[in-house]
Design a protein around this ligand. Structure first.
Ligand SMILES: [Zn+2]
Ligand SMILES: [Zn+2]
Length: 182
């Protein structure tokens, strides 16, 4: 009778963990400012290079599940307060202050006892088109599959300028090496 347990159990638990941490961050801010803030909705909709984003007008926090999975504890302790701090600053000051300006930095330091880092150290999700090629008129992004064909000698011609495409760089490598804004 119990063989059809919902396969989403683990993500449901992760969402609960995330919500719990967001609530905790709000509570800390409410205690500190002695002010009731409008709680944000949160989800794991964030994709790509960002660990999380704060959508101020929607009062929504999006977090990157690919990065969360790498180290949930680190993620909850750094990325969540970082994004909640954006919401707190917005609800106090509106949009008149810089996103990572002194107000946001003060929330990070005084409310969360964290150094106000703008970058994260999580691995980036693999990007589909991460191989950069160029013809004489523009740049083209190749998939891994197309790149390996090109490396085996298959020639690709630009439809516009009819010149042969040449390999420039593996963008995924360079992206991973740089730090990323949260
Ligand atoms: Zn071209
Ligand atoms: Zn930020």
């Amino acid at each position: 009778m119990f063989d059809c347990m919902n396969t989403n159990t683990s993500i449901d638990l992760e969402i609960l963990e995330l919500q719990h941490q967001v609530e905790l961050c709000f509570e800390l801010a409410e205690t500190f400012f002695n002010h009731k803030f409008q709680p944000s909705h949160c989800n794991f909709k964030q994709k790509g290079r960002a660990a999380g984003t704060a959508h101020l007008q929607k009062n929504e926090l999006r977090f990157n599940h690919f990065m969360y999975q790498q180290d949930p504890v680190e993620f909850l302790n750094t990325v969540v307060p970082h994004e909640v701090a954006h919401i707190i600053v917005y609800q106090i000051y509106g949009t008149s202050v810089r996103p990572h300006g002194k107000e946001w930095q003060a929330v990070m330091k005084k409310v969360y006892q964290l150094s106000p880092n703008r970058t994260h150290t999580f691995d980036l999700p693999p990007t589909k088109n991460s191989y950069l090629y160029a013809c004489t008129c523009r740049q083209h992004e190749f998939t891994k599959r197309r790149h390996s064909r090109a490396q085996k000698g298959v020639e690709y011609i630009c439809k516009q300028c009819h010149s042969c495409l040449t390999f420039i760089k593996d963008m995924h490598q360079t992206e991973s090496a740089t730090s990323n804004d949260m």
